[in-house]
Design a protein around this ligand. Structure first.
Ligand code: GLN
Length: 390
């Protein structure tokens, strides 16, 4: 791209995101798309009915900028039941997906020259957003297969200029969950160094380890310094709805609401009505959906293992990771993903795309398992046949 100074440097050399790119390649090659994360199968019928009803019977005009009060109250009720948190509707701002919430939080808290701690692998939006706000991302690499958080590495990354820490727990693409001790350690670092924590918890209810999610925000001293971000797209498997939210107390909550009002102002009103109803559905509806995803996870895992691939442990998210080196595949993750979509007809995501700098492991690819059994079986069969000819 020609960069004659008219374009902001953050965007001048920027590539299309790996998720969009792999989906485009999947369409181009007619491949099975296990790249970008979205479920492909039955959606919760009560939510579809609620959305259709809302289009006809509720409003199609602007909702309040912060979100419908019905939805903001439903979000508080949901977290009270699921996580025992005592939140109030004034602390909640509804956004157009979690990505907007992350942008709003970064815009609200990151000032020019501020250092922002990121753990890698990280959602590829984090670092560019921090840079566009004038901040400096300081990345701490997490090492596969465990992706554990290390107190010494965190202490070494914090300087007098550090203002914000971003944490994605459970962690995409790894599918791992921070332990209680790790969260405690991160919370302590935030309180000791007076950091704001942007907690991207979109995978909080896509967990298969049977352990209830605990937010970093719930640790001592964190309530006044944390923003908790959630996503209806992930909870209900409706990624195209783009309804997310962010929650913070006091002046933090006000600041993120102000940032949101000049980003998108408000998010689709009928879908907000539907999500509000969805969050009040009986527990069993979501439990059924989660069980379905857990079964799909086992299905893809066994298909890949039968094909000789080594699959990393997974406790959460819609993703399984293959360790190419341990599987005896002598390709880097990027080469594997580029070739597999064209030659095997299966799209994946190279995990190194979610790291910046030299620390990226180049032997791990991510596959989304929330697909019908027949699709997962076909994908595993295609990868198996293709790898035999490598
Ligand atoms: N979070 C999704 C994933 O990991 C991607 C979001 C997006 O495509 N922007 O696949």
């Amino acid at each position: 791209m020609k960069t004659d100074g008219r374009i902001h440097p953050v965007y001048a050399q920027m590539e299309r995101t790996v998720f969009d790119r792999m989906s485009a390649l999947a369409r181009e090659h007619g491949a099975i798309n296990l790249g970008q994360g979205f479920p492909d199968g039955p959606v919760p019928e009560p939510l579809i009915e609620a959305a259709a009803r809302a289009l006809r019977e509720k409003s199609n005009q602007y909702p309040p900028g912060a979100g419908l009060i019905e939805l903001r109250e439903a979000i508080c009720g949901y977290y009270a039941r699921r996580q025992g948190s005592a939140l109030s509707a004034e602390q909640v701002t509804v956004t157009s997906g979690a990505t907007e919430a992350i942008a709003a939080a970064v815009l609200a808290f990151v000032k020019p020259g501020d250092e922002v701690i990121l753990f890698q692998p990280a959602y590829d939006a984090y670092a560019p957003m921090v840079r566009r706000a004038g901040g400096v991302p300081v990345s701490i690499p997490l090492a596969p297969p465990e992706f554990r958080y290390d107190a010494e590495a965190l202490a070494a990354a914090i300087t007098p200029r550090t203002r914000v820490l971003m944490l994605n727990d459970p962690l995409n693409p790894a599918g791992t969950v921070a332990s209680h001790g790790e969260l405690e350690m991160i919370a302590r670092a935030c309180t000791e160094h007076d950091l704001i924590a942007i907690c991207d918890e979109v995978w909080e209810d896509v967990r298969f380890d049977g352990i209830p999610h605990r937010s970093l925000m719930s640790f001592p001293g964190m309530e006044e310094r944390a923003v908790k971000i959630g996503s209806a797209g992930k909870i209900f498997g409706l990624t195209g709805w783009k309804i997310g939210w962010m929650i913070a107390a006091g002046e933090l909550g006000t600041a993120i609401a102000r940032a949101h009002q000049f980003l998108t102002f408000a998010s689709a009103a009928p879908l907000q009505w539907a999500v509000a109803e969805g969050l009040e559905l009986p527990e069993a509806v979501l439990a059924d959906q989660r069980e379905g995803w857990a079964a799909s996870r086992e299905r893809l895992k066994s298909g890949l293992e039968s094909a000789g691939f080594v699959v990393l442990p997974n406790a959460a998210t819609w993703f399984l990771c293959i360790d190419l080196a341990a599987s005896g595949v002598a390709l880097t993750d990027r080469v594997f993903s580029e070739r597999a979509v064209a030659e095997a007809g299966v799209a994946t995501v190279p995990v190194s795309a979610l790291y910046e700098g030299e620390s990226a492991p180049v032997h791990i690819v991510r596959l989304c398992f929330t697909k019908p059994d027949a699709v997962l079986d076909e994908a595993a069969a295609r990868l198996s046949a293709w790898r035999a000819g490598l």
